[in-house]
Write a protein that binds this ligand. Structure first.
Ligand code: AQP
Length: 334
C-alpha cells in the first residue's frame, strides 16, 4: 500500500486555500488503499519569527482544523513535527547531501526572504531539506500538496536520488507529488496573480477557516472581479484570473468541474454569482468552523491526540533513521 505524507505550517490561521488544496484531500485519501501520515510542521513555521504563545495556540488550532476537515486520528497518524526528533536529525543528514545552489533556486525562499536575503534565517534557506526529511523519514511514496509546493517536492526527489547514488543504495523512494483537482492553487481575493496565503497582511485577501458566515459573505462580495458576464466554458476565462479563481473555488466546494459550474451561470454577472458562491462556501465551512471550536474547547485532549500520534510516528521513523545512519557510516550507541 502507498504511504502518504503531508504537512501544514501553523504559521497563521488556516485558509480556504489550505482546506481545498490540502485538508479536504488529506481526508479523502484515508482508507484501506493507503497509509496516511499528517503533520503540523512547527519546525518549518519558526523559519520566520513566531510569537511563542501564539505558536502554541496555532499548533492546537491547526490540529483542530485537520480533525474538523475529516482527518481521523485513528485512521491516520496525526502529530506535531517537533515532537518526533527524527525529522530534525534526518534534516541535518540531508543538509550534507543537498547543495547550497539547489536551495538558492527555490522561489519560496526568494519570495519569503525578500530583497535582504542575507538577513533571512539559515533555516528558511534549508527549509526544503527539512521537508525532504519529513517525507523520507517515513519512506513516503506520495505527497498531496498544492501547486506552490511542487518545486520543493522536486528537491525532495533530488535529495533521495543523490543519497541513493552517493551511497550506492536503494534506500529512499523517489516520492510522487499528488497535485490534483481544480483547487491546487486558490488565489487571493484581492489579487488574482497571488496565491491565497495565511500570512498575507490583508485579511480581506483570504477566507479563514474561523470566519463566520457574515465575514465570508462580505469578503466574497468585495472580492476583486471584472465587469464581464460569465462565459459558457473555461476557455472564456482566459486572461480573467479573478473570475477564474472564483469559479474554481465554487467548483471545488461543489465537487464539480468549472465547466459544469459555468454551464449553470453562463451569461450571468457577479451580482448573481457572488451570492451563490457565498452560500455554498458558508454551507461547506460552517460545520468545519463549528467542529474546530468544539475541539479547541478541550486543548488537553488535543495535546493527548498529538502525543499519541507522535508515538506512532516515531515507531515508523526511528528504524528508517537508524538504517540511514548505518548507511552513512555513523556508529550507533548500544
Ligand atoms: N492558496 C492555496 N491553494 C491551494 N493550496 C494551498 N496550500 C497553501 N496555500 C494554498 C497548500 O496547503 C498546504 C500547507 O501549506 P503550508 O502551511 O505548508 O504553507 P504554504 O504553502 O506556504 O501556505 P500559506 O498559507 O501561504 O502559508 P504561509 O503564508 O505561512 O507561507 C500545502 O500543501 C500547500 O500547497
Amino acid at each position: 500500500t502507498p504511504r502518504i505524507f503531508s504537512g501544514i505550517q501553523p504559521s497563521g490561521g488556516l485558509t480556504l486555500g489550505n482546506y481545498l488544496g490540502a485538508l479536504k484531500r488529506f481526508a479523502a485519501l484515508q482508507g484501506d488503499q493507503a497509509e496516511t501520515i499528517y503533520c503540523i510542521v512547527d519546525l518549518h513555521a519558526i523559519t520566520v519569527w513566531q510569537d511563542p504563545e501564539e505558536l502554541r495556540s496555532r499548533i492546537r488550532e491547526a490540529t483542530a482544523a485537520f480533525m474538523a476537515s475529516g482527518v481521523d486520528p485513528r485512521q491516520s497518524i496525526l502529530f506535531n513535527q517537533s515532537q518526533v526528533s527524527a525529522h530534525a536529525e534526518l534534516a541535518w543528514l540531508f543538509n550534507t547531501v543537498a547543495r547550497v545552489g539547489w536551495m538558492y533556486r527555490m522561489t519560496q525562499f526568494k519570495d519569503k526572504a525578500g530583497k535582504n536575503s542575507e538577513n533571512a534565517s539559515l533555516g528558511l534557506l534549508a527549509y526544503p531539506a527539512l521537508m525532504a526529511a519529513d517525507i523520507l523519514a517515513y519512506q513516503a511514496t506520495a505527497v498531496p500538496v498544492g501547486e506552490d509546493q511542487k518545486q520543493h517536492l522536486e528537491l525532495t526527489r533530488d535529495i533521495a536520488a543523490k543519497f541513493n547514488h552517493d551511497y550506492g543504495v536503494n534506500h529512499f523512494p523517489i516520492t510522487e507529488p499528488l497535485i490534483e483537482g481544480v483547487a491546487t492553487r486558490v488565489m487571493s481575493l484581492r489579487d488574482g496573480s497571488r496565491k491565497m496565503s495565511k500570512s498575507d497582511p490583508s485579511d480581506a485577501s483570504r477566507i479563514n477557516l474561523t470566519d463566520d458566515a457574515d465575514a465570508i459573505a462580505q469578503k466574497i462580495r468585495k472580492a476583486r472581479t471584472d465587469a464581464e458576464p460569465l462565459p459558457g466554458s473555461v476557455e472564456g476565462l482566459k486572461d480573467r484570473p479573478e473570475a477564474r479563481n472564483l469559479v474554481n473555488i465554487y467548483a471545488a466546494l461543489a465537487d464539480e468541474t468549472p465547466d459544469q459550474v459555468l454551464a449553470r451561470f453562463e451569461g450571468q454577472g457577479f451580482g448573481a454569482f457572488k451570492p451563490a458562491l457565498a452560500e455554498i462556501a458558508v454551507d461547506a465551512l460552517a460545520p468545519i468552523t463549528r467542529k474546530m471550536s468544539e475541539f479547541m474547547a478541550d486543548p488537553a485532549e488535543i495535546d493527548r491526540i498529538l502525543g499519541d500520534g507522535a508515538g506512532r510516528a516515531e515507531e515508523v521513523a526511528t528504524p528508517i533513521l537508524e538504517r540511514t545512519k548505518d548507511i552513512m557510516g555513523l556508529l550507533r550507541s548500544r
